[in-house]
Design a protein around this ligand. Structure first.
Ligand code: FAD
Length: 382
């Protein structure tokens, strides 16, 4: 089915991103996977090539084009290049963190932060989850109590993507701990602030090149000028921005599934058993046919969502539908593809093995499948 999402400029952009990944990411990927973190130069090199902050104003170092299709191209090329974990911090920076800086910052904050975000010298993260809460955000306990021109922040966060590398951490806090949603605000915590410490780079079953970390805050004095948006508006800001985060995850999931299917098709045509290619068994053909069908359907829906996001019409429910369905699909597809590889699928030298471990998280982060269904269910009046 012809895909009509992209124009010629996106395809040119794709060629450049592909060349960048092949030259600047792929060759380092195994070392970064072993180290549990990417070199910060990934960000500065991406920035120098125009692959960060595409939607930020040109005069502040960005690309000046608010078109999520460029983000989609990067997500797809990251999957094609098999550098999922290294790419996660990059797409988080562009797709998930940047929108907060673009829509909630004052001109002074934008001038302070956007040039570094676009050049890759300032790496971003967003910290919502705490050791005691994830899905139930309004129960968070990290507090930020006003003291003159500062907030005094105490608490901790966990599972934070880019947690070790990040210079600017958009941190969800309670400026009024007595309230639930209405007590939440967003503060930008900066590397080097007294009392802001990193914990462990957490050991995970997949996404090894991604630094996922604990953050600890002890009496961190954060200037009021580091607040994003009004006091008490934090939950509202998150609700407005989470659809883009969820669509970004969905787009990646469809790309993961497509790459897994392509790789598997190559494998099952070559590998033989009982004198014929393993892809020729009726079971294999049916499974491959099912996956090809579902991927086309998922692609069509996410492409529609991308256009909706660009037009400002994507709803929270549509983003939730894309997120849960596409990530569950990716999980299923990668599992089936691994099965079709037989024992070789379990060997890390085959990309499907790494994809299997990397994909598992996608139905959990960015809001679990169950929470997505809650969002959709509520909109149905049940
Ligand atoms: C690799 C990785 C990267 C991450 N990156 C970030 C990041 O950058 N920033 C950040 O803030 N967080 C991040 N997270 C955290 C992630 O968003 C949370 O793990 C996720 O939201 C789920 O929260 P939880 O782990 O506390 O699970 P819980 O909320 O404890 O949920 C446990 C189980 O209960 C279910 N459940 C909970 N509530 C309901 C309900 N109402 N109805 C039905 N079922 C329910 C859940 O679906 C889940 O199956 C990351 C996590 C990982 C593992």
């Amino acid at each position: 089915m012809d895909r009509t999402l992209f124009d010629a400029e996106h395809e040119m952009f794709r060629d450049s991103v592909r060349a960048f990944i092949d030259k600047e990411v792929g060759p380092h990927n195994d070392a970064w996977e072993r180290a549990g973190i990417v070199d910060r130069r990934l960000f500065t090199r991406a920035g120098a090539n125009g692959f960060l902050g595409m939607a930020a104003p040109e005069e502040l170092g960005g690309g000046g084009v608010a078109d999520f299709r460029y983000n989609v191209v990067i997500a797809e090329e990251v999957q094609r290049g098999g550098v999922n974990a290294a790419g996660l911090g990059w797409t988080l920076h562009n797709d998930i963190c940047l929108p907060y800086f673009l829509s909630l910052c004052t001109p002074e904050q934008q001038a302070r932060w956007l040039p570094g975000i676009c050049s890759g010298e300032l790496i971003t993260a967003i910290a919502m989850t705490e050791p005691g809460i994830g899905s139930d955000l309004a129960s968070m306990t990290t507090s930020a109590i006003r003291d003159g021109d500062h907030y005094v922040v105490n608490g901790s966060k966990t599972f934070i993507t880019n947690g070790i590398n990040a210079d600017l951490v958009i941190t969800a806090v309670k400026t009024n701990p007595a309230e639930r949603h209405a007590g939440m605000s967003l503060l930008v915590l900066e590397r080097g602030m007294d009392g802001f410490e990193r914990g462990r780079n957490l050991e995970k079953i997949g996404m090894h090149a991604q630094d996922t970390a604990e953050l600890f805050f002890t009496d961190v004095r954060v200037p009021v000028e580091n607040r994003l948006g009004d006091e008490g508006s934090g939950f509202r800001s998150l609700v407005t921005k989470l659809p883009q985060e969820r669509l970004s995850i969905a787009v990646t999931a469809v790309a993961t599934a497509r790459v897994a299917l392509d790789q598997t098709l190559g494998y099952v045509k070559e590998r033989t058993a009982f004198g014929i290619p393993v892809g020729s068994f009726q079971n294999s053909r049916f499974r491959l046919a099912e996956m090809a069908t579902e991927i086309e359907i998922a692609q069509t829906f996410t492409d529609r969502c991308v256009l909706g996001l660009n037009a400002g019409t994507l709803t929270a429910e549509e983003a939730a539908m894309a997120k849960w369905w596409c990530t569950e699909l990716a999980k299923r597809v990668v599992d089936t593809c691994l099965q079709l590889h037989g024992g070789y699928g379990y060997m890390l030298e085959y990309p499907i093995a790494r994809a299997y471990a990397d994909t598992r998280i996608t139905t959990i982060y960015g809001g679990t499948t169950e929470i997505m269904k809650e969002i959709i269910g509520k909109s149905l009046g049940v």
